[in-house]
Design a protein. Structure first.
Length: 159
C-alpha cells in the first residue's frame, strides 16, 4: 500500500542529504550505457566493494548483472554538464560526446572524472522499483585533484 504523504516527506528528507554525483558506465555487446547516480556507496575494504542502486526502467539496468563489469565515474565539480547529459531522457551516443570517454573494449569510463572505480558485479538484489548491485572493486584510477561534484536540495553545489 502506497502512502503518498510518506513518499512526499521522504523526497524532502532525501534532498537534505548531500551526495557525490557519479556516472555509472557499462557495455553490453559493444553498446555503451551511462547514467547519473547518487545512490552509490562503499560497502567494505576487505574486499574493496561498492553498492549502486539503479531503477529497473533505466536503460543501463539490464546491462549489469552478475559477472559483468561496470565503472563508477566520480564526477568533478567541472563535470556538471556530463551529469546533466547522463541524467536526461535522451539515451545513446549523446551521452558519450564528452572528450574524456575512453573505450577499452571491455569497459567505458570517463578519464576527466576525479576517479574511476572499476567493479565486477558479484550480486544483484531486486527491491521494488530498483535493483541493488554489489561490485567488487578490481581497479581504481585516480585522475585529478579537482573537488567532487555534489548534489543537495535539488541542485548541484559547484565552486
Amino acid at each position: 500500500m502506497e502512502n503518498s504523504k510518506v513518499q512526499e516527506d521522504f523526497l524532502i528528507a532525501m534532498r537534505g542529504i548531500t551526495s557525490t554525483v557519479n556516472v555509472i558506465s557499462a557495455k553490453l555487446n559493444d553498446e555503451s550505457h551511462a547514467m547519473t547516480a547518487t545512490s552509490v556507496t562503499s560497502l567494505s575494504l576487505s574486499p574493496p566493494s561498492m553498492i549502486i542502486c539503479i531503477n529497473k526502467e533505466a536503460s543501463i539496468h539490464n546491462t549489469i548483472y552478475e559477472d559483468t563489469k561496470f565503472c563508477i565515474n566520480v564526477l568533478s565539480n567541472k563535470q556538471k554538464d556530463l551529469s546533466e547529459v547522463c541524467s536526461n531522457s535522451e539515451e545513446g551516443e549523446s551521452r558519450f560526446k564528452d572528450n574524456g570517454w575512453v573505450d577499452d573494449k571491455e569497459l567505458i569510463y570517463n578519464s576527466n572524472s576525479i576517479s574511476n572505480i572499476f567493479c565486477l558485479c558479484t550480486k544483484v538484489i531486486d527491491h521494488s522499483t530498483h535493483s541493488v548491485f554489489f561490485g567488487e572493486v578490481i581497479k581504481v584510477n585516480i585522475n585529478n585533484k579537482n573537488k567532487a561534484l555534489l548534489y543537495a536540495s535539488g541542485e548541484y553545489l559547484v565552486d
